[in-house]
Design a protein around this ligand. Structure first.
Ligand code: DX5
Ligand code: ZN
Length: 225
C-alpha cells in the first residue's frame, strides 16, 4: 500500500457518543493522523469539540492529533489545546489579530503549526509566514460542516502552494480538507497535496474504515488486508 499521502480522518463524521472507540478504530485502520475539527459558533456556524474532549481522547491513540481550530479569537485557546495533547494546531489567518505571533506560540508550546486558507482566501496569505508553518491546509469546502461538495477551483490554490513550498525547500505538509473522497483525492495528490483530511469518506464510505482509508490512497479494497 502506498504511504506517500497521509490520511487524517476527521472525527466530525464519527458517532459523537463513541468518540474514543472511533479514534481507536481509525488508528487501527491505518490513519496517519487524527483530524479534530474545533468549531465555536462564531468563526463558523457550528459548535463541536473543546479541549476537554481532546484531552479525554488523547489516551486512545498515539497517532498525531491534527487539531483544526475554527474559532475566533483563537489565541486564548491555544494553551488549552497544547495541554490537551495536540500535535498539530492549524489556524485561520483571520481568526486572531496577529497570525505570526499565533504561529510562534504554537511552536513555542511544542506543537507543529499550521495555517489554513478558506476557499475565498488568496494564496498570498501564506507568504509572510511560510517559515513558521509545518503544515499548510487548503479548504476545499467552506468551513463549518462535514459532507459538503469539493470546490474544484481550490486545485489551483493547492498547485500554487506546492510551488511555494518547493521553492522554499522547507519540509511542510500540504493538506486538503473538505469533500475529499476516492474521486477527488487523486486530483488533490496530482496538484501536490501530501495529506488528506476526510470525514464522510472514511466514516460513511462504502467499505470498512481500512478500505475507505486505502481508497483515498488509491489502493483497491481487494488489496487491503
Ligand atoms: C469542515 C471541516 C472538515 C470536515 C470534512 O469545516 O474542517 O474537516 O470534517 O468533512 P468531509 O470530509 O465530510 O468533507
Ligand atoms: Zn477540518
Amino acid at each position: 500500500m502506498s504511504k506517500s499521502v497521509l490520511i487524517s480522518p476527521s472525527i466530525l463524521s464519527a458517532d459523537f457518543a463513541a468518540l474514543g472507540q472511533a479514534v481507536r478504530d481509525i488508528d487501527e485502520a491505518g490513519a496517519d493522523m487524527i483530524h479534530i475539527d474545533v468549531m465555536d459558533n462564531h468563526y463558523v456556524p457550528n459548535l463541536t469539540i473543546g479541549p476537554a474532549v481532546v484531552k479525554a481522547l488523547r489516551p486512545h491513540s498515539k497517532k498525531p492529533f491534527d487539531v483544526h481550530l475554527m474559532v475566533s479569537p483563537v489565541d486564548a485557546l491555544i494553551p488549552m489545546f497544547l495541554d490537551a495533547g495536540a500535535d498539530y494546531i492549524t489556524v485561520h489567518p483571520d481568526a486572531g489579530p496577529h497570525l505570526h505571533r499565533t504561529l510562534q506560540s504554537i511552536r513555542a508550546g511544542g506543537a507543529k503549526a499550521g495555517i489554513v486558507l478558506n476557499p475565498g482566501a488568496p494564496v498570498e496569505q501564506v507568504d509572510p509566514v511560510l517559515d513558521l508553518c509545518d503544515q499548510i491546509m487548503i479548504m476545499s469546502v467552506n468551513p463549518g460542516f462535514g459532507g459538503q461538495s469539493f470546490i474544484r477551483s481550490q486545485l489551483d490554490k493547492i498547485r500554487a502552494v506546492r510551488q511555494r513550498i518547493n521553492a522554499s525547500g522547507r519540509d511542510i505538509l500540504l493538506q486538503v480538507d473538505g469533500g475529499v473522497n476516492p474521486v477527488t483525492a487523486p486530483d488533490c495528490i496530482a496538484a501536490g497535496a501530501t495529506s488528506l483530511v476526510a470525514g464522510s469518506a472514511v466514516f460513511k464510505g462504502a467499505g470498512t474504515y481500512a478500505e475507505n482509508i486505502a481508497a483515498l490512497r488509491g489502493t483497491p479494497a481487494s488489496q487491503v488486508a
